[in-house]
Each structure stands twice: as structure tokens, then as C-alpha cells.
Design a protein around this ligand. Structure first.
Ligand SMILES: [Ca+2]
Length: 332
């Protein structure tokens, strides 16, 4: 008889670069851009390899802004996938659209590498291509937007990249899926990422063959990134897509919850700032509300932090994000 293994929460080895795919609704909230900064800083340190970035938004400016960010950080070849059936975002606060539209003397203010984002591959196809190319049980997927692309991936059939269907390909190649999604604070409210694509999120929790860990709404809500950092710590650059985005998102100065950053941090620094609940099952109801039930053989858990850990996390985010990327340190 084979004993059931307890669900591993902190799956990332600290001595080797972890391979990561980042799936984001870039443009809806500035925390996605802050989270991508963390990923590129850890790639600078050789701690992760960012295999690809997927946008779950309908607006093409989301992918354009991702391309601008990747180019600025020196990673212009990072593959980008788009959701042709993506969720339509809110336009008034969309910093991605504002930043990619910024011009100097009639030309885009920030360099980009992708000529036509409309020709980028579908995210679920790019997932298949990237996953098929990796060693078994090696990839961590972080999704800080809607589960649209992962839902689509789960529904794919075998193709030229792999004979495996989406579910079996995830089972073979992915170690863990980490989300920013849901809430477990007994308010009866649904969380934004879930409620914007309830069907895909419910499908992901119901069908994922690998462990799913989520950072819930109430965790990032209480760890604020300070607007003061944006105002004071970036005197070394006039053209920073993250700084421009932060300033374009809401009226300055403002502090912002770090929802998406906490999900990324769990992968970058496993066990250091947050704990996981015991294994359980997370269900999504028809209104997008999430419910967690402990279960010994469950594949789901969510992240929690003490007051002290939240303070440490907030300081750590400022320390990493205010650092110059490697590309700029070399020039000094
Ligand atoms: Ca997000």
C-alpha cells in the first residue's frame, strides 16, 4: 500500500534556480507590475528563471506593457502569451494603457521588443510549448490575475508540442500552482480575480492535478507598499515603467495592498514570511465565493502571516523593489 504524501507547501529548492511562469491581469492593479519587478530582481540574482509571461486581459496594452517591462529590465526575449478570450479590464485606471501610450516627440517614450502584440501566441498554447520543453516536475506557475489561461490549458488536447492533454501535461511538468485568489475571512464576499472568471477558477481548483496554494485577499490587504518609496527611491532613473505606472494608476501619493506580491514572494522565499494552512479542499461557488475545508489528502491550501511577518514583508518589498536592476548596475 502506498501512503498518501502530505501536500508540500514550500516546494521550491533554495539551492537551484526555480523555473517560473507568471500569469497576470497586468493593467488592472499596480500590484502586478510590482510583482513582476520582484521576479526580474530574482532572475538578476540567478534565483529563478522566468520562462514566460501570460496576460489574461482582453486589452492588448496589457501585453504591450509586459513587453515594455521585460525590455527595460533587460529580458526582452521572455516569451509572452495573450488571452484572445481575456477579461475586459477597467479603462479609467489602466496604467498599462497610459504608460504604453506615453510619447516623446511623437515616438513611444519606452522601448519595446514586440512589434505586433496582436500576433503573440495564445497563452494556453504557449503554456503547452514552454511546459513540454521543461524537465518533469520542475515548473512553478504563479497566477496573479484571472484563471482564464489555466482553465483553457486544462481543456487542451495533445498537439505537436506534447501528446499529453492539458491536465496530464500539468501533472507531468508542474510542481505547484500559486495564486492570488479568494478570501477566507468569513465576509461572504467574492474576491476580484475569482469573480471575473468564476468558471475558470472553479475548474482550476476542481481539476488541477498538482498542489494549488493561494494568497487570499485578506493577506495582501494588510501589507501595504508605500507610495513614498516611489516618490523618493528612484532618483537614479527618469524613465522607469513601474514608477510611471504607479503614478498613473491612482492619484499620488498612495499606499497599495500587496496582493500579487505576496503570491510571488511565497515562491521566491518559501517559508520565510508566510505559512500555509493544512492541506484541504478549496471550492468556488456560483457567485465566486471561496470555501476551504481541511482534508488530509487535499491538494489546496492558503497562505497566512503574523503581524510581525507582515511588517517584515512590507520592509522586504521596499528593499527589493527600490534596488537597481542588474542591467543598470553594470552601467555604473
Ligand atoms: Ca493582479
Amino acid at each position: 500500500m502506498v501512503a498518501l504524501l502530505a501536500m508540500e507547501c514550500n516546494v521550491v529548492a533554495k539551492d537551484a534556480a526555480t523555473t517560473v511562469i507568471f500569469d497576470t491581469d497586468m493593467g488592472n492593479d499596480i500590484d502586478d507590475a510590482l510583482a513582476l519587478d520582484l521576479l526580474y530582481k530574482y532572475q538578476d540574482m540567478g534565483r529563478i528563471k522566468l520562462l514566460g509571461i501570460m496576460s489574461s486581459k482582453k486589452e492588448r496594452e496589457s501585453a504591450q506593457y509586459i513587453d515594455v517591462m521585460s525590455t527595460w529590465y533587460g529580458y526582452r526575449k521572455t516569451p509572452i502569451g495573450i488571452a484572445r478570450d481575456g477579461v475586459k479590464g477597467e479603462l479609467a485606471t489602466n496604467y498599462a494603457t497610459k504608460v504604453v501610450g506615453m510619447k516623446v516627440a511623437g515616438k513611444p517614450m519606452l522601448k519595446r521588443s514586440v512589434k505586433d502584440v496582436g500576433k503573440l501566441p495564445d497563452a494556453h498554447k504557449l503554456y503547452r510549448k514552454l511546459l513540454a520543453s521543461q524537465p518533469d516536475n520542475s515548473v512553478v506557475i504563479i497566477c496573479t490575475g484571472f484563471a482564464t489561461n489555466l482553465g483553457n490549458l486544462l481543456s487542451t488536447a495533445g498537439d505537436s508540442y506534447s501528446p499529453l492533454n492539458g491536465r496530464d501535461l500539468i501533472s507531468r511538468k508542474v510542481k505547484q500552482i500559486v495564486l492570488m485568489a479568494g478570501r477566507f475571512d468569513n465576509t461572504g464576499e467574492a474576491e476580484y480575480n475569482v469573480v471575473n472568471d468564476i468558471a475558470s477558477c472553479a475548474k482550476l481548483f476542481a481539476e488541477s492535478p498538482v498542489p494549488v496554494v493561494t494568497s487570499p485577499f485578506e493577506l495582501g490587504l494588510r501589507v501595504l507598499f508605500p507610495g513614498e518609496c516611489i516618490e523618493k527611491d528612484f532618483g537614479w532613473t527618469a524613465l522607469h515603467p513601474l514608477v510611471l505606472g504607479y503614478k498613473a494608476f491612482l492619484k499620488m501619493p498612495y499606499d497599495r495592498p500587496t496582493w500579487d506580491l505576496t503570491a510571488v514572494l511565497h515562491v521566491l522565499e518559501p517559508g520565510r514570511f508566510m505559512s500555509c494552512t493544512k492541506p484541504g479542499r478549496i471550492d468556488v461557488d456560483e457567485k465566486g465565493r471561496t470555501r476551504y475545508t481541511p482534508a488530509r489528502d487535499g491538494k489546496h491550501s492558503y497562505l497566512t502571516a503574523t503581524d510581525e511577518q507582515r511588517r517584515e514583508m512590507a520592509e522586504f518589498f521596499v528593499e527589493i523593489i527600490s534596488k537597481k536592476p542588474k542591467k543598470f548596475r553594470i552601467k555604473d
